[in-house]
Design a protein around this ligand. Structure first.
Ligand code: PLP
Length: 407
């Protein structure tokens, strides 16, 4: 008798990653049939014609001949020193190369950190909506996501009292995604101070996903969390994927800060897990010093006259032109998270809506429920296409919503 299909991990059944889920598979089928889709589902700058800055490309190309050996598990010393110096400049306490981990993207480091931290059943406080890798990695590493709401009425900022109300004896970490994916919220210093205070009072690890730290609009400024956290253990994540438009190179970093007596075990565990995967992609690590000490190339894209500035404006205008959409204008990052309102929102199913946009309008978006936001009337689009394309995208979205409103 043939054996049944191989069993896989039970916990995978709880895990979702809708950014590349069922809708993406259907999109590939449609493309194979010759349809031309606008892929608004992934913050993939290279797919929209953005390039990594030339000085980063030159740094990688120049060092390919030196890139054959494995590096130290935490990364090339010169890359780690560049990250440490960058963090010292922004005030991260005691930032040193020894406390920097270079990974194959922030994605790998999020997984390593949660694997190092969590015992079965321990809880991680996550924003809802979240960037779903955080939920997935928490679940797969035996933990339990506990969501704190970030509501549009409050500019998608969390309420510290609601976070505190969710603490239990099992809570281990507080995750802060700032600037935020999917909402574009940029957290003000006073809020960050209060979040750091909660972690300090309850002995939590702060996990600050700051991969969009250079992508801000209309004069908004970024506040890093670690300098406000002081002695409280904090892991700050950053990388080349977004601010430097080099997501295919797979380079990210994590910086561990806080009381040395409290972070030693976590450091050791992350070092061990890093060693087991040997090292991160070596040629691309040589771009890190070039990125962190070279010219700022993102401001020209986000400032008035820049391409991202124009695209964000087109998204804001596209939402304003439809009575069926409400938007909290994104202050940063690469996404907008509009909400469907009014008659079009009645009996709304965000997955069915996204499928309809794909099948009838050739648009691939991510439904809000893909970001661990139950009963969502939101969807996420990336700001990366050219402004003219975005204008056309919102005309198509409006057309579908008009049909919904008449049902
Ligand atoms: N964190 C956030 C909030 C993201 O949006 C992403 C990618 O979109 C990542 C982490 C992972 O980035 P990477 O693995 O490319 O460094």
């Amino acid at each position: 008798m043939p054996h049944p299909s191989l069993a896989t991990r039970a916990s995978l059944r709880e895990v979702r990653y809708d950014i590349r889920g069922e809708l993406s598979r259907r999109a590939r089928e449609l493309e194979a049939q010759g349809r031309h889709l606008v892929r608004l589902n992934i913050g993939n700058p290279g797919a929209f014609g953005f390039r990594a800055p030339p000085h980063l490309q030159a740094a990688v190309a120049a060092h390919v001949p030196q890139s054959d050996p494995y590096t130290h598990q935490q990364g090339l010393p010169l890359a780690r020193e560049a990250v440490a110096e960058h963090h010292r400049r922004r005030g991260t306490p005691n930032a040193s190369a020894e406390r920097v981990f270079i990974g194959n993207g922030v994605s790998e480091l999020i997984d390593i950190a949660l694997r190092a931290l969590l015992n079965p059943g321990e809880e991680v406080l996550l924003p809802s909506p979240d960037y779903p890798l955080w939920s997935a990695a928490t679940l797969l590493n035996g933990g339990r996501p506990v969501y704190y709401p970030c509501r549009p009425e409050n500019g998608f900022l969390p309420d510290p009292d609601e976070i505190e109300a969710r603490l239990t004896a099992c809570t281990r970490a507080l995750v802060v995604i700032n600037p935020n994916n999917p909402t574009g919220a940029n957290y003000p210093p006073e809020l960050l101070r209060r979040l750091a205070g909660i972690a300090a009072r309850y002995g939590l690890l702060l996990m600050a996903d700051e991969i969009y730290d250079g992508i801000l609009f209309d004069g908004a400024t970024f506040t890093p969390l670690a300098p406000l956290a002081g002695d409280t253990p904090c892991l700050s994540f950053g990388g080349l994927s977004k601010v430097w438009r080099a997501c295919g190179w797979r380079v990210g970093w994590a910086v561990l800060s806080g009381d040395p007596l409290r972070i030693g075990d976590l450091h050791h565990a992350m070092d061990l897990l890093s060693a087991m995967r040997l090292c991160a992609n070596v040629p691309a690590q040589f771009a890190v010093p070039a990125a962190l000490s070279g010219p700022d190339t993102i401001a020209a894209l986000t400032a008035p006259g820049g391409r991202l500035h124009a695209s964000r404006r087109a998204v804001i205008e596209g939402c304003a032109a439809s009575p069926h959409l409400q938007l909290v204008a994104p202050a940063g990052a690469l996404y907008a998270f509009p909400r469907v309102v009014g008659p079009a929102a009645e009996e709304f199913d965000d997955q069915a809506f996204a499928l309809e946009l794909l099948e009838s309008e050739d648009l691939l978006v991510v439904p809000g429920s893909g970001f661990n936001l139950p009963a969502s009337r939101h969807f996420r689009v990336t700001l990366l296409p050219e402004a003219e394309v975005i204008g056309d995208v919102f005309a198509r979205i409006h057309r579908v919503l008009e049909r919904h409103a008449l049902r």
